[in-house]
Design a protein around this ligand. Structure first.
Ligand SMILES: NC(=O)c1ccc[n+]([C@@H]2O[C@H](COP(=O)([O-])OP(=O)(O)OC[C@H]3O[C@@H](n4cnc5c(N)ncnc54)[C@H](O)[C@@H]3O)[C@@H](O)[C@H]2O)c1
Length: 336
C-alpha cells in the first residue's frame, strides 16, 4: 500500500504512520512543523519515523498548493489526514490559524484527491463537533449543528466539504470523530501531559469546572487499531450498497461518505483521571479548581456501536492501563 499521512510529526499521525510502516506499507508523510507546541518533540517523532526505509516526508504547509501538488503527483491508495490546527482553547486566541490549516489546508487536499482519488480517504474530525448536544452518549447520527468553538466549526466544515467532494468526485471518505486521545508521544497542551509535567515539578494542576468534567479518554493504541481496521471498510458507492443497511450507519444517502466515532465509550470523571495519574506517578497533585472555560463542554461520551459493526473492534484500554504507559514514556523521554 502507498499511503499518504498528513501530520506525521504530530501525535496521532506519528503513531499511525509508525504502525503502517511496521506492517510494510510505504508511507509518505506531510507536516509543516507549525510552532503551536514544542518543535523538538515533533522533530523527535519525525526522527523515529525516519528510521524506516519506507518512510518519505515533506516539510510543507497544506496551504502551499504547489508543493502539495508535487507530493500528490503519483496518487495514493490510502490517505489519512491529521494535519490541522488542533486544540479547543487556542481557537479563542488565534482563530486565523484554524482558517489556514483546517479550511484552506483541507480544501487543497480535497482538490488533489479530486484528480487522483484514493481508494479511501480517512480524515480527522473531533468529538467537539457535538458541541451543545445535550443527550449522551453521542451517536454519529445525532444533529451536530451547534459548534461551541471555532475549532469545532472548522472541523464540522471539513466534514461537509469532504461530503461535497465525495459526492461530486466519487471519493470514498470516512470522517473520524476522535475523543480526547492520550498516550506516549502525546500533546503538551493536553490534560495528561500538563498534569504529569506540573506534578513532577511540584506545581498545581488546573481543574476546570471545579473538576466536574467527564471525558471519554481514548488510548492512542486503541485509536490506531480502529483506524487501521477502518481502512478496508470504505463507505460504498450508491450502486454497491449492502441490503439491509447497517443499523445506526451514518452513511450519506448521496455519497460514499460516513462519520465514525472513535472513543473509549466510557466517560471518566476528571478526578478519577487525576487519581490514576497520582497512582502512576506515586505522588499527590495539588489541585487548582477553576471555572468552566469558555466553549468547553462538561461531558463527552462516544457511542461506538457503528465502529464495532464495521470493524468488529472497539477501544478497551482502561485509564489504569493507559496512564502508566504514558508516565513511563514521559519519564524516559524527559529523564524525569
Ligand atoms: N489528540 C486529540 O485528542 C484529538 C481529538 C480530536 C481531534 N483531533 C484531531 O486529530 C488530528 C491530529 O491531532 P494531534 O493530536 O495529532 O495534533 P498535533 O498538533 O500533534 O498534530 C498535528 C500536526 O499537523 C501539523 N500541522 C498543523 N498545521 C499544519 C499545516 N497548515 N500544514 C501542514 N502541517 C500542519 C503540525 O505541525 C502537527 O505536527 C487533528 O486534526 C486534530 O484536530 C485530535
Amino acid at each position: 500500500m502507498r499511503v499518504l499521512v498528513t501530520g506525521t510529526a504530530g501525535f496521532i499521525g506519528f503513531h499511525l504512520a509508525r504502525r503502517l510502516l511496521a506492517r510494510g506499507d510505504e508511507v509518505v508523510g506531510v507536516d509543516g512543523f507549525t510552532p503551536y507546541y514544542d518543535l523538538s518533540l515533533k522533530r523527535a517523532r519525525q526522527a523515529e519515523l525516519e528510521r524506516h526505509q519506507a518512510f518519505r516526508s515533506h516539510e510543507i504547509l497544506l496551504e502551499d498548493l504547489a508543493a502539495l501538488t508535487q507530493v500528490f503527483e503519483t496518487g495514493f491508495d490510502l490517505v489519512y489526514h491529521f494535519a490541522a490546527q488542533a486544540g479547543v482553547r487556542y481557537s479563542l486566541e488565534n482563530p486565523r490559524a484554524y482558517v489556514d490549516a483546517n479550511l484552506v489546508g483541507t480544501y487543497n487536499l480535497l482538490e488533489l484527491m479530486r484528480h487522483k482519488p484514493p481508494r479511501h480517504a480517512l480524515l480527522a474530525s473531533t468529538s467537539s463537533v457535538y458541541g451543545a448536544n445535550a443527550s449522551i452518549p453521542f451517536f454519529e447520527t445525532d444533529h451536530a449543528d451547534h459548534p461551541l468553538t471555532f475549532y469545532a466549526a472548522t472541523k464540522k466544515a471539513n466534514e461537509e466539504m469532504a461530503h461535497a467532494y465525495s459526492h461530486l468526485f466519487k471519493i470514498p471518505v470516512t470522517m473520524l470523530r476522535f475523543f480526547t486521545v492520550y498516550g506516549p508521544w502525546g500533546r503538551p497542551d493536553m490534560a495528561l501531559f500538563k498534569f504529569v509535567s506540573a506534578m513532577l515539578a511540584d506545581r498545581p494542576i488546573d481543574l476546570y469546572n471545579y473538576g466536574k468534567m467527564r471525558r471519554d479518554f481514548t488510548f492512542i493504541d486503541d485509536l490506531v487499531e480502529a483506524m487501521v481496521r477502518l481502512a478496508p471498510v470504505a463507505p460504498p458507492h450508491l450502486s454497491t450498497r449492502p441490503q439491509p443497511a447497517i443499523e445506526g450507519d451514518s452513511l450519506s444517502p448521496q455519497a460514499p461518505w460516513r462519520v465514525v466515532n472513535i472513543g473509549a465509550g466510557s466517560p471518566i470523571d476528571l478526578e478519577a483521571f487525576v487519581e490514576a495519574t497520582e497512582l502512576a506517578l506515586g505522588c499527590k497533585a495539588q489541585r487548582n479548581y477553576m471555572d468552566m472555560q469558555q466553549g468547553d463542554v462538561p461531558v463527552t461520551f462516544a457511542n461506538t456501536d457503528l465502529l464495532f459493526r464495521l470493524t468488529g473492534y472497539r477501544p478497551a484500554t482502561s485509564i489504569h492501563d493507559g496512564v502508566p504507559v504514558f508516565v513511563e514514556w514521559y519519564r524516559d523521554y524527559f529523564r524525569a
